[in-house]
Design a binder for this molecule. Structure first.
Ligand code: NAP
Length: 243
């Protein structure tokens, strides 16, 4: 029987490439999104061409009951979720002193509580099977810290902390929990940068360019597959050598 991979943020740049790559790797796909109907339609069209069974879910990761329902449906439809990719995220650039309480609550709810919510819903099935992979998409800024992205960086650091702790708790159940920390990746998350800003930033990256979403999907593919069975509690940074 084929295994199911659930990917959050599958309507976005990195998430859609992860969903496609895992479909090509042979997983059935539960693709979650929040609001981007066009983005998820585009992914659906591409997934149709792979021939794998898939289902899409509109779900805000910060809402525990919604996520619980998604996992209940995915258990009925696919027989359970074997690979969870926590990829949904939001960013914000603001001076520290301009950040509002609402900004803090929203970014924390999506980037950190969202990961917690999905892990809590995914773990019971994985433990019952003594098998599973959880892959959390953090950021190089979670390791390094970004000026004017304090809350974003802090939530991404929190995701690394959760990953390392949960990995140790779940290791006896043969569940691997790892993080990917991407550098600057060419997606709509960086649309706030002008082409000139992007070119300047690219010059600071030893590899001289932004990464692609497909390159992050490749790292996720390794962490979702058998070749990483002895890899857990790790942060794999993919940032072209920047940090
Ligand atoms: P993106 O294209 O903006 O995609 C973000 C995704 O997150 C979208 O699918 C969005 O869904 C989803 N999302 C946002 N709020 C949500 C919520 N409340 N509930 C459920 N889903 C929600 O950005 P991306 O570059 O692909 O980013 C993917 C991940 O990589 C993020 O965690 C980001 O922090 C991380 N990352 C990105 C970069 C980069 O340079 N691009 C670097 C390091 C780390 P809708 O569009 O449907 O609302």
């Amino acid at each position: 029987m084929k295994k199911c991979a659930l990917i959050t943020g599958a309507s976005g740049g990195i998430g859609s490439e992860i969903a496609l790559r895992l479909a090509k790797d042979g997983f059935e796909i539960a693709a979650c999104y929040n609001s981007d109907e066009n983005g998820i339609k585009e992914l659906e069209n591409k997934l149709l061409q792979t021939g794998v069974r898939f289902k899409t879910y509109k779900a805000d990761v910060s809402d525990f009951n919604t996520i619980k329902n998604v996992f209940a449906d995915a258990t009925d439809f696919f027989g359970g979720v074997s690979v969870l990719v926590n990829n949904a995220g939001i960013a914000q650039q603001k001076l520290f002193t301009d950040i509002t309480q609402e900004d803090f609550d929203r970014i924390t709810a999506v980037n950190f509580k969202g990961v917690f919510n999905c892990c809590q819903c995914a773990v019971p099935f994985m433990v019952s099977k003594k098998n599973g992979k959880i892959i959390n998409i953090s950021s190089m800024w979670g390791v390094y810290g970004a000026s004017c992205e304090t809350v974003y960086s802090a939530t991404k650091a929190a995701v690394i902390g959760l990953t390392k702790a949960l990995a140790r708790e779940l290791a006896p159940s043969n569940i691997q929990v790892n993080c990917v920390a991407p550098g600057a990746i060419d997606t709509k998350m960086n649309n706030n940068l002008s082409e000139a800003d992007k070119a300047d930033f690219a010059q600071e990256i030893p590899m001289g360019r932004f990464g692609t979403a497909a390159e992050i999907a490749g790292v996720v593919s390794f962490l979702a597959g058998k070749d990483s069975d002895y890899v857990t509690a790790q942060v794999i940074t993919a940032d072209g050598g920047l940090t």
